[in-house]
Design a protein around this ligand. Structure first.
Ligand code: BES
Ligand code: ZN
Length: 575
């Protein structure tokens, strides 16, 4: 398929999308075309130019993958029309009741297509190495505004009918739709933010630097090729921090901290406009090429705006996460290689912190070896040469050989690409990043352990990242009195910063600090971001008491979670 034209009708009372897709095909006498579908009802197929219904069949349902929709073609068939309706099992979709939104009066719908869920809401060739342009006509109730990864309206129209166009070819995992009581605020010439009216002002404040990030990104790695860059703030059940849907990043409201301290996530999703959306991992085994480059690029953007000391904090926290992930995966060493083998598995389960932080560490290693100027030229050429194409790991290794190593045997050895990409763990001899700004945090932590009262520690002026370093490096085996002391001095249980609060709640669970339990339950019921849920539920599951507590909370919270969160948590909690 090279282009699709969809007509989508949303029914919020039935919670269905009824659609028709007109797919343009490019082929030379192919006997059939195959689309991916999963938990999607197919109601009819036509070959454009033929009066009668076309012949098609669905293959047997496979776990994760769903079914192949095979449509017999004629030699002259250029377009096929598929009619379909989503089902309650369409896992990309989360239909929210008004009570699950900020405004509490209107329902909401959003999609999450990555990695292989696009096929659950529309038939498509659901591989990251197939690209197509699209248009869509979308019908929604008149009081709601739909948005897509496309050119978007900035206000509601009278009829509830909207037209969308995506002129740049994209892979299916970047298809997205959100519908709700949404309003728009500009952030600059090319950037803006959509949110529910109740959240819009806070969102516009938080993301005020977005346009500057975009300019910094272009200065680093070449023109932004997508026209506008807007953000959409979703309700708190959104299962990820952010999703790089082209032209319109989807993000969790849990990064609205009130002090702009969690906006590296915006830099991250923006960076995907190059790494991922422009040059796309050819398969999910090559996921590190999307995320590793993006983490590296994200921190270059943050460095350009806020300086190297800031970026170094992000690297240091990321490296700590990497160490924890390596530890967690010690029985699955193959999953700690950059290049993965996900055959027979749900890609969603194989995608870990390794791709992000080991990928980033590899690129930093290259940068250090050849110097920043040479490395930046290399990355520029990579994005420019392969734009709007997919790239696999072997292709990257070839490009590395040709454009960076260029016959230099010493450099080839120093780089040790095979060790990074195809061997588990981290190659020996890596110096971990060490943020200067964290030295004083370590000192204060030390003082506290040696008897200085928490309220007498020199914490004035600490940013979120310093607090996160403090919390992630708290010793084990704290007493109730110590937890109480910290909480009283620093107000962690009631923190308005979701990252800080989540990390504190994990300690609260591990130490059975009951004063934080009401906040813990409220957090788990309100927030559906998988990165927060997993560590908290896992911490609860470490004791029988905690397990009972986890089951009770999950019972209550589950209706608020998106399918990508429940599929992981159901397995974890034996549901
Ligand atoms: N593309 C990812 C989210 C994703 C990955 C969804 C794999 C489905 C499958 C997105 O860019 C991302 O990495 N989000 C992170 C935030 C980031 C700052 C590390 C997240 O959601 O936590
Ligand atoms: Zn990402």
């Amino acid at each position: 398929m090279t282009h699709a034209d969809w007509h989508l009708e949303l029914d919020f009372s039935k919670k269905t999308i009824k659609g028709t897709g007109l797919y343009t095909l490019q082929h030379q006498g192919a006997p059939e075309v195959i689309f991916d579908v999963r938990h999607l009802q197919i109601t009819g197929v036509k070959l454009v130019g033929q009066e009668q219904e076309a012949e098609y069949h669905l293959t047997e349902e496979e776990p994760f993958l769903g079914q192949g929709l095979h449509i017999a073609l004629r030699e002259d068939t250029r377009q096929v029309e598929i009619r379909f309706v989503t089902t309650p099992q369409s896992a990309a979709l989360q239909w929210l009741e008004p009570g699950q939104t900020a405004g509490k009066t209107h329902p909401f719908l959003f999609t999450q297509s990555q990695a292989i869920l696009a096929r659950t809401w529309l038939p498509c060739q659901d591989s990251p190495s197939v690209r197509f342009t699209y248009t869509a006509r979308v019908q929604v109730p008149a009081h709601l505004l739909p948005l897509m990864s496309a050119d978007n309206p900035q206000e509601k129209g009278a009829t509830g009918e909207y037209f969308f166009q995506m002129e740049q070819p994209i892979p299916s995992y970047l298809l997205s739709l959100a519908v709700g009581d949404l309003a728009f605020a500009p952030l600059g010439q090319r950037c803006g933010v959509y949110a529910e009216p109740a959240t819009l002002e806070a969102a516009a404040y938080e993301f005020a630097d977005t346009e500057k990030m975009l300019e910094a990104a272009e200065d680093l790695y070449g023109p932004y090729r997508w026209g506008r860059y807007d953000l959409l703030v979703l309700p708190p059940s959104f299962p990820f921090g952010g999703m790089e849907n082209p032209k319109l990043t989807f993000c969790t409201p849990t990064i609205i901290a009130g002090d702009r301290s969690l906006t590296s996530l915006v830099a991250h999703e923006l960076a995907h406009s190059w790494s991922g959306n422009l040059v796309t991992n050819a398969t999910w085994n090559d996921f590190w090429m999307n995320e590793g480059f993006t983490v590296y690029f994200e921190r270059r953007i943050m460095e350009a705006l806020y300086g190297p000391a800031y970026a170094e904090m992000l690297h240091t926290l990321g490296y700590q996460d990497l160490q924890l992930t390596l530890e967690e995966l010690r029985d699955k060493p193959q999953d700690t290689c950059l290049h993965l083998n996900l055959a027979g598995r749900d890609p969603d389960e194989g995608l870990t912190e390794i791709a992000y932080e080991k990928g980033n560490a590899f690129l930093r290693h290259l940068e250090k070896l050849v110097g920043r100027d040479r490395f930046d030229l290399f990355v520029n050429r990579y994005f420019s040469q392969f734009r709007f194409q997919s790239m696999d790991t072997a292709g990257f290794e070839q490009f590395l050989e040709k454009e960076l190593i260029n016959g230099d045997d010493t450099l080839r050895q120093q780089i040790n690409a095979a060790g990074w990409i195809h061997a588990p763990g981290l190659p020996a001899g890596q110096l971990p990043p060490k943020a200067v700004l964290f030295e004083k945090v370590a000192q204060e932590l030390e003082k506290w352990q040696h008897g200085t009262a928490a309220q007498d520690l020199a914490t004035h002026g600490w940013s979120t990242h310093e607090w996160l370093y403090f919390l992630t490096n708290l010793p084990q085996g704290l007493t109730q009195a110590q937890l109480e002391e910290l909480d009283q001095a620093f107000g962690f249980t009631a923190s308005g910063n979701a990252e800080v609060q989540a990390e504190w709640l994990r300690h609260a669970i591990l130490h059975r600090y009951e004063a934080a339990y009401p906040a813990l339950e409220a957090f788990l019921v309100r927030v559906g971001r998988r990165k927060f849920l997993l560590p908290l539920y896992k911490a609860l599951l470490q004791t029988p008491q905690g397990t009972a507590q986890a089951q009770a909370i999950y019972q209550k919270a589950r209706p608020n979670y998106h399918a990508v969160a429940t599929s992981t948590l159901d397995a974890l909690l034996n549901r």
